[in-house]
Design a protein around this ligand. Structure first.
Ligand SMILES: Nc1ncnc2c1ncn2[C@@H]1O[C@H](COP(=O)(O)OP(=O)(O)OP(=O)(O)O)[C@@H](O)[C@H]1O
Ligand SMILES: [Mg+2]
Length: 330
C-alpha cells in the first residue's frame, strides 16, 4: 500500500480493526466478535478537522477510543506524529503521547468527577505533567477565561453548572495538558440547540488559537459541514467515503452518503426527495459478505454481494463502491 505519510500528517490509521468478543455460557467461550471497527484507514493533517459521521452503532466512538488508546487494536496501526502507538514506548514517551491526545465526550456530566471542584479538575493534569505556570489558581483561571467562564466558578462542583457550562469545563480540562489533537465525540448532541452554536464557535476559536486538530464525531451533517475540512462517512465499521466536506456533501458518490445527506432538511427545499434506506444497520457481529452496504443499497448489483469494493480515488474523494471502480473515472 502506498504510504500516505506526509510531513504535515499528524495521525495516520491503517487497516485498523477493533473487535469485541461475544462471550457466552458458563465456560465463557468466545462465540463470535462484534466487529465495531473493521478495516479503517484514515489520516488527519496538523491543524485539520475531520468530521466522522454515520448511523448509531457504526463504530465512531470505538474508533475515537482506539485512537486514545482506550480500546485495543486487533489489527492495523495508529501512527501519531510518526510514532506507532502499538509499539512499546518508554514510560516518559508514553505519557507524552497520552498527553498530546485528548477526548471530549457527549455527556460532560458523567465525564467530570462530581467530587472535584473546577479548580482541581482543571489542574489535575497540569500537575501530573508538570505544566503549571504560576499558582494553581492562576493556571486554572487562564483556562477558565479561554472557555469563557467566570472566575467565581473556580470553587464549584460540576453539578452546579448547566450542560453548556459543563461542556466548557470539559473542554478546558482537555486543553489543560496542551494537546495537539482532540477527539470530540458528539460534543454538542446533549446540549440545548441554543447552546450548541456557542460551543461550536468556542471549539473553532480554540482550534485557531492553539493550532489543534480535531476528529469531530457527529450525527449532524450540517454541523460537520460547518466545522470540518474533510468528512469521513462510516458504515458498519468501515469508512465508505472520505473527502473535503463541501465536495462530499454537495456531490456524494457512495449511495450510503447520498442517503445520509438526503435526510438533512434544507431550508427552501422541503419538497426534496428523501432516500429511505431499506432495513436497519446489520449486526456488526455478522456483517454482510461483499459490500457491507449491499442489502440496503438501491443500486446493488451481483458483484456487490460477492466482492468487497476496493477504494477508488475520484478527485479528492475516496470511495468504496462498485459503482466507482478503481482507476480513472469512466
Ligand atoms: N465495550 C464494548 N463491548 C461490546 N460491544 C461494544 C462495546 N463498545 C461498543 N460496542 C459495540 O460496537 C458497535 C459500535 O459501537 P460504537 O459505540 O462505536 O458506535 P457509534 O457509532 O459511536 O454509535 P452512536 O452513534 O450510537 O454513539 C456497536 O454494535 C456497539 O454495541
Ligand atoms: Mg458513539
Amino acid at each position: 500500500m502506498e504510504s500516505i505519510v506526509q510531513s504535515n500528517t499528524l495521525l495516520e490509521i491503517e487497516g485498523l480493526r477493533v473487535w469485541f468478543p461475544i462471550v457466552r455460557g458458563v465456560f465463557s467461550r468466545v462465540r463470535g466478535h462484534i466487529k465495531a471497527v473493521d478495516g479503517v484507514s484514515l489520516f488527519i493533517r496538523r491543524g485539520e478537522t475531520v468530521g466522522l459521521v454515520g448511523e448509531s452503532g457504526c463504530g465512531k466512538t470505538t474508533l475515537g477510543r482506539a485512537i486514545m488508546g482506550l480500546e485495543q487494536a486487533r489489527e492495523g496501526r495508529i501512527v501519531f506524529d510518526g510514532k506507532d502507538l502499538s509499539h512499546r514506548h518508554s514510560t516518559a514517551e508514553a505519557r507524552l503521547l497520552a498527553r498530546r491526545r485528548q477526548m471530549i465526550f457527549q455527556d460532560p456530566y458523567s465525564s467530570l468527577n462530581p467530587r472535584m471542584t473546577v479548580l482541581d479538575i482543571l489542574t489535575e493534569g497540569m500537575e501530573e505533567h508538570g505544566l503549571m505556570e504560576g499558582s494553581k489558581e492562576e493556571s486554572a483561571l487562564r483556562l477558565l477565561s479561554d472557555v469563557g467562564l467566570d472566575r467565581a466558578m473556580l470553587h464549584r462542583y460540576p453539578f452546579e453548572f448547566s450542560g453548556g457550562q459543563r461542556q466548557r469545563i470539559s473542554i478546558a480540562r482537555a486543553l489543560s495538558v496542551r494537546p495537539e489533537f482532540i477527539v470530540c465525540d458528539e460534543p454538542i448532541s446533549a446540549l440545548d440547540v441554543s447552546i450548541q452554536a456557542q460551543i461550536i464557535n468556542l471549539m473553532m476559536e480554540l482550534r485557531q488559537k492553539y493550532s489543534l486538530s480535531y476528529l469531530f464525531i457527529s450525527h449532524d451533517l450540517s454541523v460537520v459541514r460547518h466545522v470540518a475540512d474533510r468528512v469521513a462517512v462510516m458504515y458498519l465499521g468501515r469508512i465508505v467515503e472520505e473527502g473535503p466536506s463541501d465536495e462530499v456533501i454537495e456531490n456524494p458518490l457512495h449511495p450510503y452518503t447520498q442517503a445520509l445527506i438526503s435526510a438533512v432538511p434544507v431550508p427552501g427545499e422541503e419538497g426534496r426527495k428523501r432516500i429511505v434506506l431499506k432495513g436497519d444497520l446489520p449486526s456488526p457481529s455478522n456483517p454482510p459478505k461483499g459490500c457491507p452496504f449491499h442489502p440496503r443499497c438501491p443500486y446493488a448489483m451481483k458483484v456487490c454481494k460477492e466482492v468487497d469494493p476496493p477504494p477508488a480515488q475520484r478527485g479528492a474523494h475516496r470511495v468504496n463502491c462498485h459503482l466507482h471502480p478503481p482507476g480513472p473515472a469512466s
